[in-house]
Design a protein around this ligand. Structure first.
Ligand code: MV4
Length: 445
């Protein structure tokens, strides 16, 4: 097992990883920017090192500074959390070259899944369903029109190097294909440094349902069921839950088996997520694979009892998974609300000093946050300041518990998305499980 882990992240996920390390008897090194001197992850870790100026590009994304910090502190592994360098294949490679274990998949896995065209090719070979479309880069308008006509409109053009909703164009008729293709390629080149785009059938009312997988270095891969992440705004997830309110046990098993097959196809040996679009007729299609621990991992932990971060650390250390697929069962229902320092109406950032702070508690209530009273939420980083997670026997009870817990949460001095979540918990369609990814475009909360 590792002797000391450097956590190359900040905020709630840094704290989450530090807690797992402490429980496992592993020493921790926090890294921080100039502005993060007073951040909780810094005081909770065994030691801390300043890695640069406030801007993320100079600190949390600064590979040289992070590797130097790991060498100075004599850390034998780095956990990247989510965001920042978590899906940077070059960083994973450099860690390994420096004799530091990167707690995550291999650089090769990240490249193969990070490129959406190669991910489509890979999962197709593993027998995972994908939407009709191309498994190659499309370059000319003629080619694009021919393919779109064949698939039938609407179609969507996506950047191969994109993901998470960036670099997509929906096309409704042959007349707009040429223009959309040119724009998609230009934006892809400018945004990701690679113009490659592909085309697939556009699914109009999908749910976003993703499967958590975890693998080890001995060829074992299991899945931990699904999360429904359909409640999102501008590709930012706001509420996640497990299980998905509309999934049958049969569908869960098929989606799970496909996710495991996709992971096994690349000898995946860490925590990862296979994202699907679930259509209204119960068909599901591969969308992307995320090769990191995700923000919403706690809902899966609550319904399975598996500590995903500890399993991920064990896997990286070469320890076999302690669970077999048949050991995994889903108990009760869990919901997570992301609490952002934002105006709850406009969803614009609202950083500032927290002048009063009290967190909810009680049975089945979990708070993942690095906030404290008198802390100043900085404008330089992500606006997510915490996650409120509940677990109860049924979905109905989980919604009630979430309502009560949101009511207990006191955060003064800044605006947060708590009022948005309170309204959601009493929204009839949400309560009925009747929603898709377009929910917040359709319904004014
Ligand atoms: C789609 C789609 C419909 N049809 N692909 C958005 C994020 C990125 N992972 C892919 N996304 C989508 N791809 C086809 N063929 C709809 C979306 C989409 C979406 C997906 C999941 C959650 C929210 C979304 C919001 C808008 C669009």
């Amino acid at each position: 097992m590792f002797h000391k882990i450097l956590i190359a992240n900040r905020g709630e996920i840094a704290l989450r990883i530090i807690r797992a390390c402490k429980e496992m008897g592993i020493k921790t090194v926090a890294v921080h920017s100039d502005a993060d001197q007073d951040a909780l992850h810094v005081s909770v870790a065994d030691e801390s090192i300043c890695i640069g100026p406030t801007a993320s590009a100079d600190s949390y994304l600064n590979i040289k500074a992070i590797i130097s910090a790991a060498e100075i502190a004599d850390a034998d592994a780095i956990h990247p959390g989510y965001g920042f360098l978590s899906e940077n294949a070059e960083f994973a490679e450099i860690c390994e070259q420096c004799g530091i274990t990167f707690i995550g998949p291999t650089a090769e896995n990240m490249r193969r899944m990070g490129d959406k065209i190669s991910a489509r090719q890979t999962v197709t070979e593993a027998g995972v369903p994908i939407l009709p479309g191309t498994n190659e880069s499309i370059e000319t308008a003629e080619e694009a029109v021919r393919i779109a006509d064949e698939i039938g409109y609407p179609v969507i053009i996506k950047a191969s190097a994109g993901g998470g909703g960036r670099g997509m164009k929906i096309v409704h008729s042959p007349a707009s294909v040429g223009n959309a293709l040119a724009m998609a390629r230009t934006e892809a080149k400018a945004g990701f440094g690679k113009a490659d785009v592909y085309i697939e059938k556009f699914c109009e009312h999908p749910r976003h349902v993703e499967i958590q997988v975890i693998g080890d270095k001995h060829g074992n891969v299991i899945h931990l069921g699904e999360r429904d992440c359909s409640i999102q705004r501008r590709h930012q997830k706001l509420i996640e839950e497990s299980p998905c309110p509309v999934l049958t046990p049969e569908l869960r098993q098929r989606m799970g088996e496909c996710a495991v097959a996709a992971a096994k196809a690349v000898s995946y040996s860490s925590a990862g997520t296979v994202e699907y679009l679930l259509d209204t007729d119960g068909s599901f299609y591969f969308m992307e694979m995320n090769t990191r621990v995700q923000v919403e991992h706690p809902v899966t932990e609550m319904v399975t009892g598996v500590d995903i971060v500890k399993e991920q650390i064990n896997s990286a250390a070469g320890i076999p998974l302690r669970y077999k697929q048949e050991d995994i069962s889903i108990t009760g229902h869990s919901i997570e609300c992301r609490i952002n320092a934002e105006d709850p109406e406009k969803f614009t950032p609202f950083p500032g000093k927290i002048t009063a702070y009290h967190t909810p508690g009680g049975m089945g209530v979990r708070v993942e946050s690095a906030m404290y009273d008198q802390y100043t939420v900085l404008p330089h980083y992500d606006s997510m300041i915490g996650k409120l997670i509940v677990h109860a026997d049924t979905r109905e009870e989980a919604i009630k518990k979430m309502s009560c817990a949101l009511g207990e949460y006191i955060i003064e001095g800044i605006k947060t998305t708590i009022p948005f979540h309170q309204k959601m918990m009493t929204n009839k369609d949400f309560m009925d499980g009747n929603f898709d990814t377009n929910f917040l475009e359709r319904v004014k909360i």
